[in-house]
Design a protein around this ligand. Structure first.
Ligand code: NAD
Length: 256
């Protein structure tokens, strides 16, 4: 594994346009569970059933009870070496674009200068009726019955977390930015994603089709493993910390 990490660091150094795509596995070392691994959030539940647009409309009370649980975990979370290493590589100019499927804001907290958030974020919420956006404190409430549901301060419509739910389209600008990055990439690095959620799981394949070398740092297999030039099955924090060391970069925790 050490050899692969060293080689990957060399490739990052040489690349003209390195792009990183992160998934929930980038944040497990911050104590946030992912969806699909053995300790995942939804081992016993079907994510499609709980966090889809139809679930929100059909049973908003259960939907919000689940979201409260997620938000509660999130507020205390701090960036880990995965976020810090990627931020350091961006600031040093080694990583040109960072695409994330995560909604936790930890890349920004680690000091990443630019993040393409393809699944939205839990920082805000949006009214299903008038489309106005508000800070997520409006949805960070105890919902025991329909009378507690978070409502738009302007039109009283139901509020939805600012994340992309199943059955919803991805934000057009973010998806386009991810596709543009993949087209441009000569090195594409997947970090902590099962690559099971579409359409974003097609983005690394697009980069490969355009000639990029692919690296996958993930604890479990993905459908693209056979296309990867570097397949690193280890904890992403240790792998990326090692990579940054080879690049002569320090992991700096930004002052809050
Ligand atoms: P996923 O749960 O489907 O896959 C995560 C992958 O990361 C797994 O294959 C697992 O083996 C791997 N992994 C876990 N910890 C790791 C570590 N320390 N090092 C290396 N690999 C590790 O997640 P996904 O592919 O991102 O897709 C799920 C969807 O869930 C995304 O849309 C995302 O928005 C959402 N999600 C986000 C968060 C978050 O924001 N932190 C948390 C859970 C789910």
């Amino acid at each position: 594994m050490m050899e692969a990490i060293q080689e990957l660091a060399g490739a990052i150094k040489k690349a003209k346009y390195a792009v990183v795509l992160t998934g929930a596995g980038a944040s497990t070392e911050s104590g946030l569970p992912d969806f699909r691994s053995k300790e995942g959030l939804w081992k016993n539940v079907d994510p499609m059933k709980l966090t889809s647009m139809s679930a929100l409309r059909r049973d908003p009370v259960s939907f919000y009870q689940f979201y409260r649980h997620r938000l509660g975990r999130l507020w205390g979370a701090k960036p880990n070496p995965v976020h810090l290493a990627i931020a350091a590589m961006q600031r040093a100019g080694y990583v040109k674009k960072l695409i994330t499927q995560n909604i936790d804001g930890l890349h920004q907290a680690a000091g990443s200068p630019e993040v393409i958030e393809v699944h939205g974020s839990l920082r805000d919420c949006v009214c299903l009726e008038c489309g106005r956006r508000f800070g997520s404190q409006l949805i960070d409430i105890d919902v025991e019955g329909p009378e507690d549901l978070p409502r738009c301060p302007e039109c009283h419509g139901l509020l939805k977390p600012g994340v992309v739910l199943f059955e919803e389209a991805l934000p057009r600008d973010a998806l386009q930015a991810a596709i543009d990055a993949a087209n441009e990439a000569d090195l594409f690095i997947v970090v902590g994603s099962s690559l099971e959620v579409g359409p974003i799981n097609q983005v690394p394949a697009l980069a490969v089709a355009h000639g990029a070398d692919l690296a996958i740092i993930n604890m479990e297999p993905t459908y693209l493993d056979r296309r990867a030039r570097w397949l690193i099955r280890g904890k992403a924090g240790a792998v990326l910390a090692e990579c940054t060391q080879h690049l002569g970069l320090e992991l700096e925790v930004p002052h809050q």
